[in-house]
Design a binder for this molecule. Structure first.
Ligand code: ZN
Length: 152
């Protein structure tokens, strides 16, 4: 079995990748695979990289070529929020913002801090859609109440 040789494997695909081959779409091949090989006496016998000293356990494969533009509004608005953006929204929620005012505050901050505010505001990784912000807010409320039951 191939998976017996892996301690960890994660495949990150483009937003335009379709899992279902029958689904309409452009089937973008861009993806990144991260893999950590399992180091056992058996795998060390078969894998020359694991025989190195120190053993080379990590594998990173990147296909960075998209079969579509990555600069259109339709693509940029659908980007997932970045970790920095998620932290920014959690901070805004902690400061008492609801989803709508947090999104407005985020846009205001970008207008002041971004060198390209018009482009930044349509990017989903910097300003998530309203439904994405509402989802984050529900998660924040659930975790916040769950973590501090006595302070509420
Ligand atoms: Zn793509």
């Amino acid at each position: 079995m191939l998976f017996d040789r892996k301690a960890y494997k994660e495949v990150y695909v483009c937003r335009e990748h379709r899992h279902n081959k029958n689904e309409e779409g452009i089937q973008c091949p861009a993806q990144m695979t991260l893999e950590i090989k399992l180091e056992t006496p058996n795998t060390k016998k078969k894998d020359t990289f694991l025989c190195e000293n120190p053993p080379l356990k990590g594998v990173v494969e990147i296909n960075a070529v998209h079969n579509h533009s990555t600069q259109t509004t339709a693509f940029l608005t659908r980007l997932h929020p970045s970790q920095a953006t998620k932290r920014k929204f959690d901070q805004l929620f902690e400061d008492g913002h609801g989803p709508t005012s947090a999104r407005v505050a985020c846009i205001d901050m970008l207008k002041v801090t971004s060198e390209q505010p018009a482009v930044s505001i349509i990017r989903g990784d910097l300003v998530p859609t309203m439904s994405s912000v509402a989802h984050s807010y529900r998660r924040f409320r659930t975790e916040d109440i769950g973590m501090h039951p006595l302070s509420r």
